[in-house]
Design a protein around this ligand. Structure first.
Ligand SMILES: *Cc1c(COP(=O)(O)O)cnc(C)c1O
Length: 384
């Protein structure tokens, strides 16, 4: 059986050297050996996040880290602003409502990026808002939001800026401290090239002060426990030991290349993918496309679900369909983390074949040719 080619925006492929670490014998976490590794990995994550503030590691999916942000930064009855635009932004809204927080939304059409002036307007209309929740890469639409611009307007208010960078970190530029993002949330299974299972948050001093003041009940996600344990390079509960060991290996890949060059390489793959889609006559869905994932409009007359199924059945290439109201209307082709030129080319071959099989013939090889041409200008070392 050949391996699946995962071109989904999470989970993404796990490189062989990282998989090798996952298969090693387990070690105990209350040991100097583990603590030293844990300390190094959190320092590595600080470099990727571009923060000097502590990073908390949770054993959870990314949503767990989002929930930890909500319960530690807001009390019931507090007001918060959520910048919408896709399924993941809506998750902030659902989480806030679940905890009795009053939500004001900044409406953003699917496929569009939020205008920071809209956020400024919402902050003026809701001067008591304690937090603004946003998303770096809205994985459901392939849009990267202008977090630097949103941070600049949020800085004029008392609100904390909390950003879901679960799929954005390591693919799109993210200058957390310099931009003034107070809390950054991410997860293991996107551009960090690990299996699912770890969630991370970085919090600056303003955010930690809020953690001490809020009244929302919390236990597993009580970040005060994690901060206390962190002083001894430890966690309050059993960590996902094997994933943390593997994280050291995946961070080594990123930091050896450098965060900036990794983002550039991802941007080059994204540009090549967009060129390939254009060569096939397909339209792009995102007005402000992310580096990590390309959302493509399913051409008229083609069933989107059948398209993604055919790619998988014929070529074992897995791309993601649309979520919610976008089901069948778009498909999403990821090029973050360990996904490289070869995988992107395999994706185009599968896409061309599936389109042909579904009665929407395209010139065979046209997509791949455009991808190669776009990457031709890039030094081979920059694209794995
Ligand atoms: C994948 C993703 C999530 C959800 O993470 P889970 O690990 O599935 O809980 C949240 N936000 C964004 C932007 C994502 O891409």
């Amino acid at each position: 059986m050949t391996d699946d080619v995962l071109l989904t925006p999470g989970p993404t492929p796990v490189p062989p050297d990282v998989r090798e670490v996952l298969g090693r014998p387990i070690i105990h976490h209350r040991t100097g050996q583990y603590r030293a590794i844990f300390k190094r990995t959190l320092e590595g994550l600080q470099q990727v996040i571009r923060t000097r503030h502590p990073v908390v590691c949770l054993t959870s999916s990314g949503t767990g880290a989002m929930e930890a942000a909500v319960v530690n930064l807001l009390s019931p009855g507090d007001e918060a602003i959520v910048v919408l635009g896709g399924k993941f932004a809506e998750r902030w809204q659902h989480l806030c409502r679940a905890y009795g927080i009053t939500v004001a939304t900044v409406p953003v059409e699917y496929g569009q990026a939020a205008d920071p002036r809209q956020v400024a307007g919402a902050l003026t209309a809701h001067p008591n808002a304690k937090a603004v929740f946003g998303t770096l890469c809205e994985t459901s639409t392939g849009v990267v939001h202008d977090i630097q611009g949103i941070a600049a307007v949020t800085r004029e208010s008392q609100a904390l800026l909390v950003i879901d960078a679960i799929s954005g970190l390591g693919a799109d530029a993210c200058d957390t401290d310099a931009w003034g993002v107070d809390v950054l949330v991410t997860g293991s299974q996107k551009a960090l090239m690990l299996p699912p299972g770890l969630g991370f948050l970085s919090l600056n001093d303003r955010a930690w002060a809020r953690v001490d003041a809020v009244t929302t009940p919390r236990f597993y996600y009580d970040l005060r426990l994690y901060r206390k344990a962190l002083a001894g390079d430890d966690t309050p509960f059993t960590p996902a030991v094997s994933l943390v060991l593997a994280l050291e290996a995946s961070l080594a890949r990123i930091l050896t290349t450098g965060v900036g060059p990794v983002v550039q390489r991802t941007a080059a793959l994204a540009a090549a993918t967009r060129a390939g889609m254009g060569a096939l006559g397909l339209s792009l869905f995102a007005a402000r496309p992310s580096n990590g994932v390309t959302a493509v409009t399913v051409p008229p007359g083609v069933d989107g679900k059948q398209l993604t199924n055919t790619m998988y059945d014929r070529a074992r290439v897995m791309v993601a369909g649309g979520q919610g109201s976008m089901a069948g209307k778009i498909f999403r082709f990821a090029h973050m983390g360990a996904i490289g030129k070869e995988e992107v080319l395999a994706g185009f071959a599968a896409l061309e074949e599936a389109l042909g099989a579904l009665g929407h013939p395209v010139t065979p090889g046209a997509g791949g040719k455009a991808v190669r041409a776009a990457l031709g200008a890039v030094q081979p070392a920059e694209v794995q």
